[in-house]
Design a protein around this ligand. Structure first.
Ligand code: TRP
Length: 487
């Protein structure tokens, strides 16, 4: 039987796992949520949740992956009677997230191209949008975005380019494709982020961005938001953000863990992934918010509009070097998105490749990667053609709903996001902690973690969390997520 090839080095594994965690969620989710939910207070709640739930589930996923040496479906099958179906939920989540993630990744490629156009005063820059903005009294970012959204064919082409890039890396396998790309790309992303932070924080007026992000209550006293959210809402916001940001609850870390060598230290790696993901989220805030407060004070603070309207305005208003920073910034975002989307595609591909290998059919990575990417491409086309719900076939329209549509029904992006991020991921993480705590027992995880020869120093803490604290927090988070999407 052919050998199952994994990560060559621990550094490569770490960069791939951090790459999976660092994505759009860090850039447009975290800074804004932190600012609107109480600055430092939010950060402390986030960190507590990251340690009591994020770290716990991360250790659990990596250990289950490495113990079984299988992708999500076979891993659950191998260790649990009651929860063996959960791997399939992971595969389904991976598809749903990829549908909208690739569409957004495509948008980011488009913005890189626009900024290259601006650098050379080319026709594919934002020149036409600037004229329209002056005529309509809007902003350049808004016009660029409007024109792009209004042209679904272009959005589809960029989305499919993103799918193709993801596919090419996954075709190369874990050691040859994913590890190589992330080992170079993640350090580069870090440097690019530092460059953007220095530029953003030295703009006049930048300090308000820092105050928004860090000073508790600043956003309310200064009228940026109307009223402070209550404690339960903050808890649910922080928890939901943490889960999505750490790529937990759907088998991505099980899959990556299954390629990890027995000699590597799972406990240390899990901690490093949580720390680096949080660090990049904070750094992303230091990059986008000062820019927003300095150069587009009325612009969006989070979500797609922050990335595709506000930030474009920031680069447009910067000065002659604006396009250069625009290119660095959007390339950084494209890479953050790709390093996440490859881990999502790998969840799907690993399952089918393992199955074929176990049945003695040899290495079918190429065939399965192509098929999976083709399916993702179809979903991505749907999200791009829907153009954020502006072309009349949003889920709500198809269901015949009238009046103001609730968020989940207003466009396909939010619909897929609601199912995956809102329901399946928190549910997956909750069931996983129940499975470890009450079905297979935390000592199984301890046994696997200690394979490397390092004692599991956090075992006492792990045991209490995985049995009681994590499932309890997960119920609150699930409740908060459902509330956010439906009400
Ligand atoms: N963590 C990614 C981000 O912050 C998104 C994401 C969610 C993800 N779930 C995932 C990535 C699963 C890979 C695997 O944007």
């Amino acid at each position: 039987m052919e050998e199952r090839k994994g990560f060559g080095t621990n550094f490569g594994f770490l960069m791939a796992a951090v790459g999976s965690a660092v994505g759009l969620g860090n850039i447009w989710g975290f800074p804004n949520k932190m600012g609107a939910s109480g600055g430092f207070t939010f950060l402390i709640i986030y960190l507590i949740l990251a340690v009591c739930c994020g770290f716990i589930v991360m250790v659990g996923e990596l250990a289950i992956g490495r113990k079984t040496g299988k992708g999500a479906v076979a891993a659950y099958h191998a260790i649990s009677k009651k929860f063996k179906w959960m791997g399939w939920m992971g595969i389904l989540s991976a598809f749903l997230i990829l549908f909208f993630y690739c569409a957004l990744g495509g948008y980011c490629i488009k913005y890189t191209v626009v900024n290259i156009g601006d650098l050379f005063n080319a026709s594919f820059g934002s020149g036409a949008a600037a004229e329209l903005a002056a005529a309509n009294d809007t902003s350049v970012g808004a016009e660029v975005f409007g024109a792009f959204i209004g042209n679904p064919t272009e959005a589809i082409i960029y989305g499919l380019i993103f799918v193709a890039l993801t596919m090419l890396i996954v075709l190369g396998g874990v050691g040859g494709g994913i590890e190589k790309v992330c080992s170079v790309g993640m350090p580069a992303l870090f440097v690019a982020l530092l460059i953007c932070i220095i530029r953003a924080c030295t703009l006049p007026g930048a300090v308000n961005g820092l105050k928004y992000m860090f000073v508790p209550g600043w956003a309310v006293t200064n009228g940026v938001i109307e009223k402070a959210p209550d404690f339960l809402t903050v808890l649910a916001t922080a928890g939901g953000q943490m889960f999505f940001s750490l790529s937990l609850g759907m088998g991505a870390m099980i899959t990556y863990g299954s390629y990890l060598q027995k000699k590597e230290n799972i406990q240390k790696n899990a901690l490093l992934i949580v720390i680096m993901d949080t660090l990049v989220a904070l750094m992303a805030g230091l990059c986008v918010l000062p820019g927003r407060f300095a150069l587009d004070p009325n612009g969006a603070l989070g979500g797609p509009k922050l990335l595709f309207i506000t930030m474009q305005n920031v680069f447009d208003r910067m000065d002659a070097v604006g396009p250069i920073f625009g290119i660095i910034f959007y390339l950084l975002v494209v890479f953050a998105a790709i390093s996440s989307s490859i881990s999502l595609l790998e969840v799907i591909v690993a399952h089918f490749v393992d199955k074929a290998r176990d049945e003695g059919k040899g290495d079918k990575r190429k065939a399965y990667t192509l098929i999976a990417a083709a399916c993702v491409g179809l979903g991505c086309i749907l999200v791009c053609a829907d153009a954020l719900g502006t072309t009349g076939f949003a889920p709500g329209n198809l269901l015949g709903m009238t009046g103001d549509l609730p968020t989940w029904a207003a466009d396909w992006l939010d619909f897929f996001d609601m199912l995956s991020e809102g329901i399946m991921m928190p549910l997956g993480a909750m069931l996983m902690s129940l499975m470890i705590g009450w079905e297979i027992g935390p000592e199984v995880i301890k046994g696997e973690v200690e394979q490397s020869g390092h004692a599991m120093g956090s075992y006492g803490f792990f045991k209490i969390c995985v049995k009681f604290i994590t499932p309890l927090c997960m119920i609150l988070i699930l409740y908060g997520q459902i509330k956010e999407f439906f009400f």
